[in-house]
Design a protein around this ligand. Structure first.
Ligand SMILES: Nc1ncnc2c1ncn2[C@@H]1O[C@H](COP(=O)(O)OP(=O)(O)OP(=O)(O)O)[C@@H](O)[C@H]1O
Ligand SMILES: [Mg+2]
Length: 223
């Protein structure tokens, strides 16, 4: 078996709430292997987004270890963690997180903006990424001029631009009609065939069945 690219060891995430607390993740152990295509499924509020944020180093666990390529990420200073994330992980947020003042093209190119990649190459790659999600002709628009589904596809193009090894997508087809959902699933199938590691959160059974592995989350537990 290939070694895990990604591993959570006894991870808990606890949020204070009033006098008590919310245990969003409760002693979670999880391994993701190189090239795996997994779907995270579970009811609303079960901890799926929390899990994704911790896997993408957007958030730190309250306790437990997060290993990437065998390295304990929680021991790295946050700027080093951000570097690893920028180079190796593509993240599609549930709420898209597009910057309203930048064009669609600029939003897509954002992960490469502070790298040494020449501007011409960045422009070409942003165009190619937008083409992959069927938005080649929308580069000059602002996110506010797009529909929810189109914004979602820009967020996916942005996650792919740095050709990440690990792609984390939180409900990537949640706002899409069946035609555009199929386009995105074809794209994920190609990325999987290409050897990338994919983890996506979904409420859609058809999307979940596309993945080769289903990870169930319930009340902060992973099954
Ligand atoms: N910043 C926060 N502060 C306090 N509680 C939080 C915070 N973020 C998440 N939670 C709580 O943690 C639990 C898990 O939330 P999470 O967003 O991971 O759920 P989810 O499975 O992604 O749900 P959905 O399917 O609705 O997106 C919920 O009870 C939520 O209210
Ligand atoms: Mg969520």
């Amino acid at each position: 078996m290939t070694p895990p690219v990604f591993e959570l060891q006894d991870v808990s995430k606890v949020y204070p709430m009033g006098d008590g607390e919310v245990r969003a993740l409760d002693h979670v152990d999880l391994q993701i292997r190189e090239g795996e295509f997994s779907a995270i499924i579970g009811p609303s509020g079960s901890g799926k987004s929390t899990l994704m944020h911790i896997m993408g180093f957007m958030d730190q666990p309250t306790s437990g270890k997060v290993l990437f390529d065998g390295e304990d990420m929680s021991r790295l200073p946050s700027n080093k963690r951000a570097l690893v994330r920028n180079a190796k992980i593509g993240f599609v947020f549930q709420a898209f997180n597009l910057l309203p003042k930048l064009s669609v093209h600029e939003n897509t190119a954002l992960p490469l903006r502070y790298t040494k990649t020449p501007r011409k190459i960045i422009a070409e790659r942003a165009r190619a990424a937008l083409e992959m999600v069927g938005l080649a002709n929308r580069g000059d628009h602002s996110p506010g001029q797009l529909s929810g589904g189109q914004r979602q596809r820009v967020a996916i193009a942005r996650a792919l631009i740095n050709e990440p090894r690990l792609i984390l997508a939180d409900e990537p087809t949640g706002n899409l009609d069946s035609e555009n959902a199929a386009l995105i699933m074809d794209l994920f199938d190609r990325l999987h065939a290409d050897g990338r590691t994919l983890v996506l959160v979904t409420h859609d059974n058809e999307v979940a069945e596309h993945a080769r592995r289903q990870i169930r989350v319930q009340d902060g537990h992973v099954h």
